[in-house]
Ligand binder design. Structure first.
Ligand SMILES: Nc1nc2c(ncn2[C@@H]2O[C@H](COP(=O)(O)OP(=O)(O)OP(=O)(O)O)[C@@H](O)[C@H]2O)c(=O)[nH]1
Ligand SMILES: [Mg+2]
Length: 238
């Protein structure tokens, strides 16, 4: 069994080295792929130093020329993972909102499930250090997506997820429509439509330790519209 963790980065120089060290502390058996969009803060240089020294043959990087969004970064990572024969493919944020201490549980649960989601909205899960507005947006986003798409999953927008290879081979990753926040909804929705088993495990999501938040009303509205498009898309294909 080969397992890969994909971490997309944009200006994460203060997090990336500690994150990689902590991932290897909890799950030494994985490989890590960093997808960096030419971060102005030089995040990729730190990764290149590590892959040439401490983590030879376990750490890889895809460098893209400029900021192209998290969704397309994950698609690039998924394609790379399939080409390189990984069995389990997990993605997580670089800013410690997704804590590496949960990783052993993900790789345990993926043995008997096709998709494992780190969930803020099941018993034992939650968010820490989030302001009221961010909580409301996230809660509303989840309820809205669940109603429109008819899904039972509690956390549709979170980005701490582990897929079995066969899921990524099935859901046609190169035709995913979302680039922003709805990317997470879309991959879970497609996984569910293909009748794969999905398990949510509780996580406490902590606000980023350092760096700037990128949430805006434009991103939020784009996501709301995309959920409707996803629903209409499946209706039309029926
Ligand atoms: N390669 C790449 N990574 C990105 C891009 N945008 C965000 N990321 C990374 O994706 C992960 C999630 O992005 P965040 O900025 O933390 O998004 P968020 O958690 O919704 O917002 P805040 O943490 O509040 O800023 C982080 O590891 C980012 O560095 C991008 O355009 N390209
Ligand atoms: Mg974050």
């Amino acid at each position: 069994m080969k397992s890969l963790i994909i971490v997309a980065t944009y200006n994460e120089k203060d997090n990336i080295v500690t994150l990689i060290d902590e991932i290897y502390h909890y799950v030494p058996f994985v490989d890590i792929l960093v997808i960096d969009d030419n971060s102005p803060d030089g995040t990729y240089k730190l990764v290149e130093d590590l892959l040439a020294s401490k983590y030879k043959d376990k750490l890889f990087i895809i460098k893209r020329p400029g900021k192209m969004g998290l969704g397309t970064a994950y698609v690039a990572g998924f394609n790379w993972a399939l080409q390189n024969n990984y069995d389990n493919i997990l993605h997580m944020d670089a800013d410690f909102s997704h804590h590496p201490r949960y990783l052993p549980q993900f790789f345990e649960e993926i043995k008997s499930n096709d998709l494992v989601i780190g969930s803020r909205y099941v018993d034992g899960g939650g968010v820490k250090n989030w302001g009221l507005i961010r909580r409301i947006i996230s809660k509303f986003g989840g309820i809205y997506s669940r109603i429109i798409l008819g899904l039972k999953i509690r956390d549709l927008t979170g980005g701490f997820k582990c897929f079995k290879r066969k899921v990524l081979e099935t859901i046609d990753i190169n035709s995913l429509k979302s680039t922003g926040y709805s990317f997470q909804v879309e991959t879970t929705y497609k996984t569910s439509l293909s009748h794969f088993t999905i398990k949510e495990i509780p996580i406490i999501f902590e606000d980023r330790r350092v760096g700037q938040s990128k949430m805006s009303s434009k991103i939020f509205l784009e996501a709301c519209l995309m959920i409707i498009k996803l629903r209409l898309g499946t209706k039309m294909n029926k």
